[in-house]
Design a protein around this ligand. Structure first.
Ligand SMILES: NC(=O)C1=CN([C@@H]2O[C@H](COP(=O)(O)OP(=O)(O)OC[C@H]3O[C@@H](n4cnc5c(N)ncnc54)[C@H](OP(=O)(O)O)[C@@H]3O)[C@@H](O)[C@H]2O)C=CC1
Ligand SMILES: CC(C)CCC[C@@H](C)[C@H]1CC=C2C3=C(CC[C@@]21C)[C@@]1(C)CC[C@H](O)C(C)(C)[C@@H]1CC3
Length: 615
């Protein structure tokens, strides 16, 4: 067996896939069977690389910052758009023209007045373009070098002083390297690394959800809508107009129920804190750090399952939850409001680097709704991650199971109905998938970009557990006769949706983790000036959001077991379709800002968002 050159924990330089650029990495592990090293880049990207793609630190030496061409450039040079200057930019004085042909992507000018943002494209050249973006001068230039040059440079004038300072700070923390052995006359390559999504400048925060008015309307309408839906599902006649509530406002409050709910949250919090499970890193934050997250959602779900089994064995009826469901929903609402208020207040004094730009606005209502602090945490306890994983997903599965017990009780069944089994099984599969891939949640829009405010607090504490389990709640009092053929068709539809959803998500996540993975070599992708590539084949060449397509197909498959007597149980299908269509615009906005023209190119290659020829 060949011996390994690097040991776990060693620091070395690894070649960035698709380029000849080297970055500092730490060796995490080595798999003798595949002879691949698992390495961790400084920005947290982990990859599996062959030994010949890793080099010892000793053959590199840091480039003296004083000699950095980027810092020696004068203001006037920055402004100059001449191709000749473009070519010479970033070159070391000692570099020969040949070496310049593979010149550096590391060009940042941190002097007062101008800040350069430099992206890295390891692959082919793209067109020279001068454009206006957001009213600012932006020059995206094709490096007028050799055909094989990996460089595309973009420079932007950034006016906002704060953003400017943050970038300068980030830049000054970075080291530049060159491969000494490759070049006798001067550095052959500078080494840099594209940075993570959420540290790109957000100079122009976009107001979403209809701004303050939309936020106020959502906050005022969502809780009543929730009670309406829960109430209607428990009515024998579930037609939408048959709304004659016998609950009064005061019926919604029960301090015992609130106590039980608080205990439930405490239990989930303790499970969240369990020091079992691997540690994953979130995306890089503005301060350059990455938060650490314990990946133990699956374990927590398993332990909750054991607890439920023990309680059932002890004949402690969980039907109390069903009997007081509206009061539990009210308790959850109250807690989500308290949580929203807490994170809102603490965000007022949070440091700038902890804030998300998503909720940036002068309007307090909008900020309260969107949230401002990106990852509020108390010690190591991350409130947003906890609420999305433990409270939302485990709460959803738990409530579904309660409905299953309630159905057997109300309809005097020995075993749950096929419809109830389908709904429970489908949604359990979805949650298991999310928890199995819990690490991927860390890069989702909600965790990586959005602040934590009412939307996510209410969404995760209330909406997911109580509204996403609506079909199961409906089935408790609305038995549905379902034929074998219909059952098979629904299973087929859900499987179809799940296959798309799973395949699309797994493919993208595996590709993001290691684009050089030989198992993904059949995939086509386009390079971007940011550095990462965009998939254009497989499901990602079919539509731009295949995972949403799969999710939407599954959503409708979850409604079908409820039959066609009422439209009420189809609420989830309508809601999720709307949520994900809206999410497309949010995600694409982020991607356009990150990838610029490359995203437009991708949109031309893959013209439809979710459904080909429709949307
Ligand atoms: N049931 C529910 O209520 C909800 C479910 N979800 C589900 O959660 C999952 C995650 O959702 P979400 O985080 O919104 O979205 P995605 O997982 O689709 O992530 C979007 C990101 O993927 C990357 N990307 C986009 N196109 C490509 C491409 N062609 N090649 C490579 N990377 C690409 C971009 O990030 P970058 O390039 O920076 O890596 C983009 O920002 C989805 O499956 C969604 O259906 C989400 C919200 C609610
Ligand atoms: C005020 C409104 C009612 C709020 C509506 C929005 C919320 C329902 C959603 C906002 C983001 C969400 C996410 C999930 C569920 C829906 C909400 C809360 C999520 C937990 C679903 C499962 C996924 O795998 C995920 C990526 C973990 C999702 C995170 C975002």
């Amino acid at each position: 067996m060949p011996s390994r050159r690097f040991n776990n924990g060693d620091t070395a330089m690894a070649r960035w896939p698709g380029s000849s650029l080297y970055f500092e990495v730490q060796i995490v592990s080595y798999d003798p069977s595949t002879q691949l090293y698992s390495v961790l880049f400084k920005d947290g990207t982990d990859m599996e690389l062959k030994e010949n793609e890793i080099k010892s630190l000793t053959i590199f030496r840091p480039k003296k910052s004083s000699a950095s061409p980027s810092r020696r450039r004068s203001r006037s040079r920055t402004r100059s758009r001449s191709p000749a200057r473009t070519q010479s930019r970033g070159r070391s004085p000692g570099r020969t023209p040949k070496s310049a042909q593979k010149s550096s992507p590391v060009i940042r000018d941190s002097r007062k007045g101008d800040v350069l943002k430099v992206h890295l494209t390891p692959l082919k050249l793209q067109d020279f373009a001068v454009e206006k973006r957001n009213g600012e001068d932006v020059v995206a230039r094709r490096a007028l070098l050799h055909e094989q040059s990996p460089v595309i440079q973009a420079e932007e004038k950034v006016e906002e002083p704060q953003a400017k300072n943050e970038k300068v700070l980030r830049y000054s923390k970075r080291k530049e390297y060159f491969l000494e052995s490759d070049n006798k006359e001067g550095p052959k390559e500078f080494i840099s690394k594209p940075e993570a999504t959420n540290i790109l400048p957000d100079e122009y925060p976009v107001v979403e959800f209809g701004g303050a008015i939309g936020a106020a309307l959502s906050m005022l309408s969502m809780p009543p809508l929730l009670y309406y839906l829960v109430y209607m599902c428990t009515q024998e006649d579930a037609s939408l107009c048959n709304f004659y509530p016998h609950w009064t406002f005061s019926d919604l409050w029960d301090s015992t129920v609130f106590g039980y709910f608080a205990l439930w949250i405490l239990l989930l919090a303790l499970l969240h804190l369990l020091p079992i499970g691997k540690i994953a890193h979130g995306v890089r934050l503005a301060n350059g750090k990455r938060l650490r997250y314990r990946i133990n959602g699956l374990l927590a779900l398993f332990l909750v399952g054991i607890l439920v089994a023990v309680l059932s064995y002890q004949r402690i009826s969980l039907l109390y939850v069903y009997d007081h469901l509206h009061q539990f929903a009210a308790s959850a609402t109250l807690l989500s409001l308290m949580l929203s208020a807490y994170v809102f207040i603490r965000s007022r004094t949070a440091s700038q680097e902890d804030l998300s730009t998503a909720g940036k606005s002068g309007n307090l209502i909008y900020t309260f709704f969107m949230g401002r602090e990106l990852n509020p945490h108390i010690g190591k306890f991350d409130l947003k991650h906890f609420s999305a994983v433990h409270v939302a997903l485990i709460g959803w599965v738990f409530n579904n199971f309660i409905m299953l017990l309630a159905e057997m009780n109300v309809q005097q069944l020995e075993i749950p109905s096929p419809s109830m089994i389908l709904v429970n099984a489908f949604q359990l599969l979805y949650v298991l998938h999310a928890l199995w891939h819990q690490e991927n949640i860390l890069t989702s829009l909600d965790i990586a970009h959005d602040g934590f405010g009412f939307m996510l607090a209410f969404g995760n504490l209330v909406w997911v557990p109580f509204v996403y389990s609506l079909q199961a709640l409906y089935l408790v009092k609305h038995p549905v006769e379902i034929s074998q053929a219909a059952l098979a068709a629904i299973v087929a539809l859900n499987t179809f949706g799940y296959v798309i959803f799973r395949r699309a998500n797994n493919l993208k996540n595996a590709f993001r983790k290691n684009p050089e993975d030989p198992r993904l070599s059949y995939l086509n992708s386009i390079p971007t000036s940011y550095g990462s590539q965009l998939l254009i084949s497989g499901w990602w060449g079919f539509v731009r959001h295949p995972n949403y397509l799969g999710d939407i197909i599954m959503a409708w498959a979850w409604c079908l077991p409820c039959g066609f007597d009422y439209i009420l149980p189809y609420f989830y299908g309508f809601f999720l379709t709307g949520l994900l269509i809206h999410r497309v615009s949010r995600v694409e906005h982020q991607c356009r800002r990150k990838y610029g023209h490359d995203w437009d190119k991708y949109c031309k290659l893959v013209p439809y968002r979710i459904v080909p020829y429709v949307y």
